[in-house]
Ligand binder design. Structure first.
Ligand code: FES
Length: 160
């Protein structure tokens, strides 16, 4: 069996993890190795998806009740996973959760009312998806929302 030095092993392992894990936004630090942020996933029982519409029964997803709260939807029928936020009382926004730099999840920051990439690259976006700063190549795609009673409707016609 070929011996390998401890140093070479550590360097080799780091490269493998980086390639498998996603974003390395800076040369000086390792961002999230999984590409995943801290936004909780929505309760699967709280939503339905058709070709053009995603409907969330807000009575079934209590985590979206506080102002400034967010959930993510990673359903495989969506081409682009989403993050849903209650920005203000009864005002919901829906955007792509994937940073346009290397696809790491963005997280909502209620104190600043913006999205921030979970990677060390830290790209930031306004709530309409407009890029504020960072390595991101463009805006986050946002989706129109509307309320129908206690159901939040999200137009996903352009979810691609
Ligand atoms: S993935 Fe690099 S800044 Fe978001």
């Amino acid at each position: 069996m070929k011996k390998i030095s401890r140093r070479k092993f550590i360097i080799g392992s780091g490269v493998a993890v980086s390639v498998a894990g996603g974003c390395m936004c800076t040369k000086t630090g390792r961002a999230t190795l999984t590409g995943v942020g801290n936004t909780p996933a929505i309760d699967p029982a709280a939503y339905t998806i058709t070709n053009s519409e995603l409907r969330i029964d807000l009575d079934k997803e209590p985590r979206l009740k506080p102002i400034g709260s967010a959930v993510k939807i990673l359903d495989e029928t969506l081409k682009v996973p989403l993050v849903i936020v209650q920005k203000e009382e009864g005002v919901y926004i829906a955007t792509s959760i994937k940073c346009t730099h290397r696809g790491v999840e963005v997280e909502y920051r209620p104190e600043d009312k913006c999205f921030r990439c979970a990677s060390l690259g830290g790209s930031e976006f306004k709530t309409d998806g407009t890029k504020i700063k960072g390595f991101a190549k463009g805006p986050l795609k946002s989706y129109p929302t509307a309320m129908e009673g206690h159901v939040l409707k999200i137009d996903i016609t352009n979810n691609e």
